[in-house]
Design a protein around this ligand. Structure first.
Ligand code: GDP
Ligand code: IMO
Ligand code: MG
Length: 431
């Protein structure tokens, strides 16, 4: 059986957690391939709402094994805490979670360096989540990182940590004038993690490849969004990993020939947290309505999300990079009550109209969106379960998006809960 990838098609928070949870009903393994605790994936069912940061969003389905792959940067303190909260809800984690021995660790000094660097950037700050992601990936590629496997050998850990903290203290003090970190305190805390993490440590690439050989179905869960990709997003206002499809193979150690489904998750409008260009951003009453109705506040940091109209130019770009075989459109219910809906179908740039997305900040900051206006609808659609029950305007909105992109919409989410989903869409989609 193959690998399916769930990928954020915008700037993150598209509802990946909800879709992964839903698809997990028919999946054997769910695996995170990049990012770290900067992710906040919300899953809601009955009276429970849970935000996962590191553990894959299949964990609430007993038959699913969850994998944290080598491409993830793991905050050991955060994962231990998250495992405990999941156990407290009554779910078995011990036999169902595997953590790559090769995944790099996030240490307190990564967060300290990130905080100092963001402060120094001042008005140019990226607006990161403060989870140490960038500095951890820097150490990985500088070959000075500490990996999960190092946690299991106290002597090795002590030696590596001492060297790393000495270097980071020099940076913190001499470059940023920030406080030094206490080497002994950090070592004391981290050597204790060995027994807590040990039961989960696995060569996850080998595990996944064997599982695929045995006919198991793997769902790769992207974090962040394609427009935050370090290469394909609006650099430097991006994250430090590859949320795009390519990240799945390197972040899990599975061959590209196994991947046969690339599911793009797109909000019915756009949001962005942190700084950087956002062509369709609405700094007006409609933007506020989207934030209020959509409860657009970060699942990780609580920051208000910037809101705007759906940007099809950007979406076609991420569809191209990821080769979306289908789309899940989320939060369609949030658009209810708006008289008319605008959809960006082109950009004006340098006096010309273009449908080409340019990720360079200096260009993206200057483009003016060209909108097509579609009629809105008033009805509350949160109870709808079949496409035909949606107001015609809502059906037309979905068809417009699908036609523009040339990609089928296979799922429409109309509320945060697991059962608030429409899946019978074949009839309206283009051939
Ligand atoms: P993720 O990071 O992509 O998993 O998304 P987040 O969990 O950060 O943000 C999505 C938010 O929207 C969460 O609060 C979800 O509970 C909520 N949500 C997901 N789908 C829908 C939907 O269709 N309608 C509404 N109203 N909320 C949704
Ligand atoms: P999920 O998986 C939305 C944003 C930050 C910042 C930039 C860099 O929940 O969709 P980082 O801490 O990664 O170095 O921050 O990326 N960002 C996200 N925005 N959803 C996320 O994850 C994000 N993870 C990072 O706000 O702009
Ligand atoms: Mg999120």
């Amino acid at each position: 059986m193959p690998v399916s990838i769930v990928i954020g098609s915008q700037w993150g928070d598209e509802g990946k957690g909800k879709v992964v949870d839903l698809l997990s009903q028919d999946i054997d393994i769910v695996a995170r391939y990049q990012g770290g605790a900067n992710a906040g994936h919300t899953i809601a069912w009955d009276d429970t709402t849970f935000v996962l940061h590191l553990v894959p969003s299949g964990i609430f389905h007993e038959g699913v094994t969850c994998v944290i792959g080598n491409g993830v940067v793991l905050d050991p303190a955060a994962v231990i805490e998250e495992i405990q909260t999941i156990k407290d809800l009554g779910y078995d984690v011990e036999d169902r979670l595997r953590i790559s021995h090769n995944a790099h660790l996030i240490m307190p000094y990564h967060k300290a360096v990130e905080a100092a660097r963001e402060e120094a950037r001042d008005a140019d700050a990226i607006g990161t989540t403060g989870r140490g992601i960038g500095p951890a990936y820097m150490d990985k590629f500088a070959r000075t990182g500490i990996r999960v496997v190092d946690l299991l050998d106290r002597d090795v850990l002590r030696e590596k940590l001492t060297r790393a903290i000495e270097e980071k203290n020099a940076i913190l003090q001499r470059i940023y004038g920030a406080d030094e970190l206490d080497v002994d305190k950090i070592i004391e805390e981290y050597v204790e993690f060995d027994q807590l993490i040990d039961p989960y440590v696995t060569n996850t690439s080998e595990y996944l490849c064997n599982a695929l050989d045995e006919g198991k179905h793997v769902l790769a869960e992207g974090a962040q969004g394609s427009l935050l990709d370090v290469d394909f997003g609006s650099y430097p206002y991006v994250t430090s990993s590859h949320p795009t499809a390519g990240g799945c193979c390197t972040g899990l150690g599975v061959p590209p020939t196994e991947v046969n489904r690339s599911i793009g998750i797109a909000k019915a409008y756009c949001t962005r947290v942190g700084n950087g260009p956002f062509p369709t951003e609405l700094n007006d009453a409609v933007g506020e309505q989207l934030r209020d109705v959509g409860n657009e506040y970060g699942a990780t940091t609580g920051r208000p999300r910037r809101c705007g109209w759906l940007d099809l130019v950007a979406l076609r770009y991420t569809s191209m990079i990821n080769g979306f075989t289908e789309l899940a459109i989320t939060k369609l219910d949030v658009l209810s009550g708006l008289d008319e809906l605008k959809v960006c179908t082109a950009y004006q740039y340098n006096g010309k109209t273009t449908q080409r997305f340019r990720s360079e900040v200096q260009t993206l900051e200057k483009v003016e969106p060209v909108y097509e206006t579609l009629p809105g609808w008033d009805d509350d659609i949160t109870g709808v379960r079949h496409l035909a029950e949606l107001p015609t305007e809502a059906q037309d909105y979905l068809a417009f998006v699908s036609d523009y992109l040339g990609v089928d919409v296979s799922m429409v989410s109309i509320g945060p809960k697991r059962q608030q989903i429409i899946t019978d869409l074949e009839a309206r989609m283009p051939a």
